[in-house]
Design a protein around this ligand. Structure first.
Ligand SMILES: *Cc1c(COP(=O)(O)O)cnc(C)c1O
Length: 251
């Protein structure tokens, strides 16, 4: 069975590579990441858990993104509203899109019908606006609560101390569904930071709050995804390791 899918995967890959030989490195990176994810699952006794791979697309050209989708990527992560709106019509529609960047309340209207999930909810004001516009559009938006796990002044996210209160408060909004937590551990974080995040995730799930299901722990980027998998992550968000170094500086 696995052999069969692997073979189909290889054939598909060859077709895509032939169309874009210059993008072959993306495929090599993709294979390496999948291999590492699998190895991490085995090494950390998580063989039976699903770990999803998100391709983070900031500054990446649509052709490269589509190449990744043609080769098996099924989930994209977008950081910036303007950039996404300018690129989205060119995307292959076979991948879901999650918003993962800092989101201003006044920009929710542009993406509420364009993404499957908003991972970066970090204020009641933002949650309220997502709820309002989702209701207006007859939908329920899946969201994750972003946690400022490194307690960094410059970073967004709800503090550890406020997290449970925050979840309780936004759980009353009927047109959002709280599906889990998202975090960006500071570069070079001690392992305990990842472990703290995992504990918060488990505790929040144990609280059994109505309208809250702690299904997704979105944690781990190019430099730390294996460590994140060790500590319970089931969604890793990878940019640089997949597409190569980004072209311009991040704002
Ligand atoms: C850019 C970004 C990533 C990916 O970072 P890499 O180190 O390039 O893998 C993941 N998550 C968020 C929220 C990002 O902004």
């Amino acid at each position: 069975m696995i052999r069969y899918f692997w073979r189909r995967f290889q054939i598909k890959m060859c077709q895509a590579v032939n169309n874009y030989p210059e993008f072959k490195y993306i495929l090599e990176n993709y294979k390496e990441i999948c291999y590492n994810i699998n190895n991490a699952k085995i090494k950390f006794n998580r063989e039976n858990s699903n770990v999803d791979l998100m391709a983070v697309t900031k500054t990446v050209e649509p052709e490269k993104i589509n190449f990744a989708i043609e080769n098996g990527i099924t989930l994209l992560g977008e950081n910036r509203v303007q950039e996404y709106l300018s690129k989205k019509d060119l995307y292959n529609k076979n991948a879901d899109v999650h918003f993962i960047g800092h989101l201003q309340t006044n920009k929710v209207k542009y993406i509420v019908n364009e993404v499957k999930m908003i991972q970066s909810v970090d204020s009641v004001k933002l949650a309220r606006e997502i709820n309002r516009l989702s209701a207006k559009n007859n939908k329920v938006m899946d969201i994750l609560v972003e946690v400022n796990i490194g307690n960094e002044l410059s970073k967004s996210g709800v503090s550890k101390e406020m997290l449970f209160e925050f979840i309780k408060e936004i759980s009353t909004f009927k047109n959002i569904s709280v599906c889990g937590l998202m975090a960006i551990p500071p570069i070079g974080s001690d392992e305990s930071v990842f472990n703290d995040m995992h504990e918060l995730f488990i505790k929040a799930g144990d609280m059994k709050i109505d309208n809250v299901s702690m299904k997704t722990l979105s944690m781990g980027m190019s430099g730390d995804y294996e460590l994140a998998i060790k500590h319970g992550s089931n969604l890793v968000r990878i940019g640089t390791k997949l597409f190569g170094a980004r072209k311009y500086l991040e704002v």
